[in-house]
Design a binder for this molecule. Structure first.
Ligand SMILES: [Zn+2]
Length: 72
């Protein structure tokens, strides 16, 4: 499952291999601060990393999928 909808627009605009769209999946690197949660994503085609910051509430919305598909 692709998580591109959670990726920063700036990172999404960069090109993946063969001029295609990245395919971002979550990693297990999730860090919580007082107000925000940062989640590290990695493109499974080219390996590019992208970190997304979301509010704790937003994170709750996505948490199940992120944990299900997240990997080291
Ligand atoms: Zn890529």
């Amino acid at each position: 499952m692709k998580f591109n909808h959670l990726i920063e627009k700036h990172d999404l605009r960069t090109k993946c291999i063969e001029d295609k769209e990245h395919y971002f999946v979550p990693t297990s690197q999730v860090e919580a601060t007082l107000d925000h949660v940062s989640v590290r994503f990695r493109c499974k085609k080219c390996g590019m990393l992208s970190t997304t910051f979301m509010t704790r509430e937003d994170y709750k919305t996505h948490q199940n999928l992120i944990e299900k598909f997240g990997s080291a």
